[in-house]
Design a protein. Structure first.
Length: 326
């Protein structure tokens, strides 16, 4: 067993025994906002040049769906050259991943991360990834250099939402409006827990037009603390970070009683608020089947298929030892 492997095994023992000084992740029961990064830290934020340091990523699936094909990308730790990452691929020990992409320990893959099981009172699966990285060698003696390192966790997700919509024909709608007996109320949705939430901007009952159509607006809220994207997670290491790619949702399905509705757009762009979460809103027009009587209730289904990523950053200081030979 080489030195780095011994070092990482020792750290796992300390982690399990609760003796590590790094931040620990708290376990959350029930459902939340998808794959959540609890912590991303070095074992110590100060190290001497040439010495190894352990970088730990702790995350947990708090969404209501199992997540497959999670990609993890380590980046940064550079002042213009790859002094932390010598070699191609760099010589970095890693533990906790299911596979290395292209043999590079900076690009990792998790095959799956299980969701919470409420019926059994089981928390979502937690995963911890450790890297052992040597600090740059031959830094000037007694000088301190600051470095930042980032991690990007990218995964596919599907958000679905179901609800009921009450529809009035035109005669009934006008009659109730004249009598002031229309009781507007929210369209209640049952939505899978994950990084995107769905709200209805329109209240019911809805008016049936002469064309047997109904119209309403859907609002999407980014609750996951990251970014929705149409870009492929498997290639996130080479993204150009084009804002139009990173804030776009384009796989949207809305249906009434199983019949597809018209959303009138190809790409849905999120707006970043000065405070609060990013949101997007779009109009929907649905043709509904003919019905007898003045009112009818229809089944509404909404489905978003997308990729989502979360970034985290941490810092470390390296004190130079001169021409060290560790």
């Amino acid at each position: 067993m080489n030195f780095k492997s011994l070092y990482i095994c020792l750290f796992f023992v300390l982690l399990l025994s609760g003796c590590s000084g790094s931040s620990s992740s708290s376990s959350s029961s029930g459902f939340g906002n998808g794959l959540t990064v609890h912590s991303f830290d070095f074992s110590s934020n100060e190290v001497s040049s040439g010495h190894p340091s352990i970088l730990t990523l702790s995350m947990q699936n708090l969404g209501s769906k199992d997540i497959a094909d999670v990609y993890i990308y380590l980046y940064g730790l550079s002042r213009g050259t790859d002094e932390w990452f010598e070699g191609d691929p760099p010589d970095i020990s890693v533990s906790g991943a299911d596979s290395l992409v292209g043999g590079d320990s900076r690009i990792l893959k998790l095959d799956s991360v299980g969701a919470p099981i409420k019926s059994m009172d089981l928390d979502g699966e937690s995963r911890t990834v450790l890297w052992v990285i040597d600090a740059p060698r031959n830094l000037p003696k007694d000088k301190v250099f600051e470095y930042s390192v980032g991690v990007r966790v990218c995964y596919p997700y599907v958000t679905t939402s179901v609800g009921k919509i009450e529809v009035l024909d035109e005669q009934e709608y006008l009659s109730k409006e004249i009598d002031k007996t229309i009781k507007s109320h929210n369209i209640v949705l049952d939505t899978t827990a994950g990084p995107l939430g769905i709200d209805m901007s329109t209240q019911q009952p809805l008016l049936l037009t002469n064309n047997n159509d109904i119209t309403f607006k859907v609002k999407v809220i980014d609750r996951g603390g990251g970014t929705v994207t149409e870009s492929d997670c498997s290639n996130a290491f080479n993204w150009n970070n084009d804002v139009l790619d990173l804030l776009t949702l384009n796989n949207i399905d809305v249906s009434i009683n199983g019949d597809a509705c018209d959303i009138g757009i190809n790409d849905l762009y999120f707006k970043i608020a000065e405070s609060g979460r990013a949101t997007a809103e779009f109009p929907v027009t649905c043709s509904v089947p003919s019905f007898d009587g003045p009112t009818c209730t229809f089944d509404l289904n909404i489905k978003f298929t997308y990729n989502y990523f979360v970034d985290a950053m941490t810092d470390i200081s390296v004190e130079g030892l001169g021409d060290d030979t560790i």
